[in-house]
Write a protein that binds this ligand. Structure first.
Ligand code: SF4
Ligand code: SF4
Ligand code: SF4
Length: 264
């Protein structure tokens, strides 16, 4: 008897579509054909169905409109496993950088008085609206992470999380440390590894696109103290750490702690 195919959906919220492009360019996706049925993927197939039941839903982009907030709830109802993919879906993306400002203020700065048909909202990660079962990080995610997660699901198992920082991979590569040697504000010490320390490998400081490590081991305070010693102000530190961590509940509190009683 023919084995039932795993039903998969790729869904896009507000984003640059870079994550989807990354997946669409993977030849390995073709190997899925005997095992899986792709029910929804507008980037590849115009006749896609957003409201069909699926086994695995991959969601890209941040929730940035009322319509998207409703869509993610419907995806959740229809999916056995929901996977947030990319920095937009997992952390809110760079569009969450200044999320402490009001929607009106941000809208005015970017669009002026332009009118739109949709109802905009402040950008948020998907898990602010629905339960997310697994996350694939990065901007865009690594091909290796996506294939690992998908392959693991297909054999009925569960992928592991990476719980160590970019610095580990950077040291293993033998890069010289940009933070220590050049004094540049590298976010590698608090950012989840998995990119093989790509940016430091090219002599560029990490900006944290894979988000802060979980399990309360993202040491915003220790790194803020180091940045402060190198001459950065509180505002500069917060701005840098917020590029991809605007929704992290610990960030502000931990950086504030470092500057309590300090004259800038
Ligand atoms: S995570 Fe990065 S690559 Fe993916 S959609 Fe968002 S901005 Fe684009
Ligand atoms: S360059 Fe950045 S990622 Fe590499 S070891 Fe130094 S702080 Fe860590
Ligand atoms: S080094 Fe940092 S910014 Fe560069 S890809 Fe890795 S996590 Fe992203």
């Amino acid at each position: 008897m023919e084995k039932e195919k795993v039903r998969i959906g790729f869904y896009a919220l507000t984003s640059c579509y870079g994550c989807q492009l990354q997946f669409a360019m993977m030849d390995e996706i073709l190997q899925l054909i005997p095992r899986a049925e792709i029910v929804c993927w507008y980037m590849i197939e115009r006749d896609s169905y957003e409201d069909e039941p699926v086994d695995i839903a991959f969601i890209e982009g941040s929730v940035s409109t009322e319509e998207e907030a409703e869509l993610v709830k419907r995806i959740r109802e229809n999916a056995k496993v929901v996977v947030a993919v990319g920095a937009c879906a997992t952390q809110g993306g760079v569009q969450s950088w200044e999320q402490e400002k009001s929607l009106e203020e941000l809208w005015k700065a970017v669009y002026g008085d332009a009118k739109v048909k949709f109802q905009p909202k402040l950008a948020k990660p998907v898990d602010e609206y629905i339960k997310v079962d697994y996350r694939i990080y990065g901007c865009p995610p690594e091909k290796r992470d996506f294939l690992y997660a998908l392959g693991t699901f297909l054999v009925g198992s569960w992928p592991e999380d990476i719980d160590y920082p970019v610095c580990v991979e950077c040291r293993l590569k033998g890069n010289s440390c940009i933070l220590i040697e050049k004094g540049e504000p590298c976010l590698g010490p608090l950012t989840r590894a998995g990119c093989d320390a790509r940016c430091p490998g090219f002599g560029v400081a990490c900006i944290g696109c894979r988000g802060a490590i979980d399990y309360d081991v993202a040491w915003f305070d220790s790194l803020a103290r180091t940045f402060r010693e190198k001459g950065l102000t509180k505002e500069e530190i917060l701005q840098r750490m917020k590029i991809f961590n605007g929704h992290n509940p610990r960030l502000e509190e931990m950086v504030e702690k470092v500057f309590q009683g300090v004259e800038e």
